[in-house]
Design a protein around this ligand. Structure first.
Ligand SMILES: Nc1ncnc2c1ncn2[C@@H]1O[C@H](COP(=O)(O)OP(=O)(O)OP(=O)(O)O)[C@@H](O)[C@H]1O
Length: 268
């Protein structure tokens, strides 16, 4: 975590100490199944937190409840110290959902998709110079500047993911929430995503990442929270050997991967 401003007055100091994301004692049910069973999950300013766990342990549900896409049956969510139902500053949060495609059937260029991520800031006003610069910067960061005018329908899976991350970065968010950003992404794109994330973290962003292995992001992770059957079983330093598939014990099958299970070992 970055050093906190010790010279700040009481209130400002408190605001910095306050988690930017706080899910407390969260319970959620999907269908008739309890999927979150009392989950505590916090991310402090400048922190990079990995949310790990086996398939179906509730990781996506937890992050989706943070942004209000899954209603809680109990517990609470606060963003920047504001209760979720009162929270309006969505430009402060960049969300990259689990493995979707940037091409929604509507013809659009990379730039158009990324620019849509700026709408939370521009709302109804016409985009200005700063907006266009932020969109350009986001595209540049994910290494797609030379393809900005290309249609998103012609991109590989990894390039799609880069576009979605650029879309999340376009509003210059203070917090990034990413659900399995590396899943199904080719090695070259993984490197670019890792360096994009490094850059964001160096700039002071806080990050919540759902991962099934730490992989190239490992050096960035400050803390790991491991879920099992909707409960937190670990909250602390990233478990060793995660991502090396080194430990026996558990198969993690990515929902979008082929039948071959990926052994991560961390999740028992
Ligand atoms: N819309 C839904 N209706 C009913 N059950 C659901 C729904 N979405 C998810 N579930 C179930 O809730 C549980 C938790 O799902 P979730 O996607 O949060 O897990 P996850 O840890 O993110 O898993 P994965 O690694 O496979 O993405 C799973 O058992 C899943 O089958």
């Amino acid at each position: 975590m970055p050093e906190r401003g010790s010279t700040l007055g009481g209130k400002a100091h408190e605001a910095l100490q306050e988690p930017v994301i706080a899910l407390r004692d969260a319970t959620a049910t999907l269908g008739s199944r309890p999927v979150l069973r009392g989950v505590d999950l916090t991310v402090h300013r400048g922190e990079v937190v990995a949310l790990l766990g086996a398939n179906g342990s509730g990781k996506s549900t937890a992050v989706r409840s943070v942004i209000g896409q899954v209603p809680l049956t109990g517990g609470s969510v606060e963003l920047f110290g504001t209760e979720l139902r009162r929270f309006r500053r969505w430009d402060r949060i960049g969300y990259v959902p689990q493995r979707t495609t940037a091409a929604g059937g509507v013809p659009a260029t990379i730039r158009e998709v990324v620019a849509s991520g700026r709408l939370s800031r521009t709302r109804l006003r016409w985009p200005g110079k700063a907006d266009r610069a932020a969109v350009d910067r986001a595209i540049e960061l994910v290494g797609l500047a030379d393809r900005a005018k290309d249609s998103v329908s012609a991109l590989s899976g990894g390039q799609h993911q880069r576009v979605l991350i650029a879309r999340a970065l376009a509003s210059e968010p203070e917090v990034l929430i990413m659900d399995e950003p590396m899943a199904g992404v080719d090695l070259a794109s993984q490197e670019i995503l890792a360096s994009t994330l490094r850059h964001q973290v160096a700039e002071g962003a806080s990050v919540l990442l759902v991962l099934h292995e730490l992989g190239p992001l490992e050096p960035l992770i400050d803390r790991a929270v491991v879920l099992r059957d909707g409960c937190v079983t670990h909250d602390g330093p990233p478990p060793e050997a995660v991502g090396q598939h080194a430990l026996p014990g558990h198969d993690h099958v990515h929902p979008h991967a082929a039948a071959e299970p990926v052994r991560t070992g961390l999740l028992t």
